[in-house]
Design a protein around this ligand. Structure first.
Ligand code: ADP
Ligand code: MG
Length: 227
């Protein structure tokens, strides 16, 4: 059995290839994340963290290299299969919550489950359970605009975990919050990840948060290096 939930193998990505504004962002980046492991991705702005996370999350494709999730090579899948795999196997958290503004917190956690074929009753029960676990059950019927920044991110965590993915990818998930809130909200995220036994790759600028994870990796010249 393959122990790795995520395996990035020699990923390369260049934007605007052969043009004057060409940027070689990733140059053979490789990384493996095992079951239940939480890895911090630390690098300065512009180093390619978001590019790497989007490729790992099947939101973008590499120019070369392979992305394996749960041991399955995702680089060769057709669009429909890739989308289905992304929905069921990967949870993504952004710096800004990206919740749907016209829906309640509860609905934002239910909708991705309905898209994944979960019956409505089951999806609603799971959403309520997740919202309670991050302490925002009293906010379930509120729209995102009525929530604080910390509450919005907590709901975004629930949405990312709604379909019980095996891999969580987070792009500076508390980068938008003040330091005290960031610390608390990060604690909630880690508790949720540990409770569910999820594997995670979390980009952050914050070295204190990075130290709370199992392992730190950095990006240098488009490659992953040990932290
Ligand atoms: N869609 C794009 N087109 C052109 N250049 C891009 C695009 N996305 C990112 N870049 C460039 O790639 C580099 C890495 O960006 P990014 O992955 O967002 O880094 P980070 O998340 O570490 O700040 C930057 O120089 C950025 O300007
Ligand atoms: Mg980024």
């Amino acid at each position: 059995m393959n122990e790795n939930v995520l395996s990035l193998q020699a990923i390369s990505k260049t934007y605007n290839a052969s043009k004057p504004n060409e940027v070689q962002v990733l140059r053979g980046a490789s990384l493996e994340i095992s079951h239940g492991e939480v890895v911090a991705l630390v690098a300065p702005s512009g180093a390619g963290k978001s590019t790497l996370l989007h490729i790992a999350g099947l939101l973008d494709t590499p120019d070369s290299g392979a992305v394996l999730i749960d041991g399955r090579d995702m680089t060769r899948l057709g669009d429909g299969t890739r989308t289905a795999a992304r929905r069921s196997q990967v949870g993504f958290i952004y710096q800004f919550h990206h919740l749907l503004p016209e829906f309640s917190a509860q609905e934002n956690v239910v909708l991705p489950q309905l898209a994944n074929g979960v019956p409505a009753r089951e999806a609603e029960a799971r959403a309520r359970d997740l919202l309670a676990r991050v302490g925002v059950e009293k906010r379930a019927d509120h729209r995102p605009a009525a929530l604080s920044g910390g509450e919005q991110q907590r709901v975004a965590f629930c949405r990312a975990l709604a379909n019980a993915p095996s891999l969580l990818l987070a792009d500076e998930p508390t980068g938008n919050l003040d330091p005290a809130t960031s610390d608390q909200v990060f604690g909630t995220l880690m508790a949720l990840v540990r409770d569910t036994g999820l594997s995670a790759l979390i980009a952050t600028h914050n070295l204190d948060l990075a130290r709370r994870m199992d392992r730190v990796v950095r990006m240098e010249d488009g490659q992953i290096t040990p932290g």
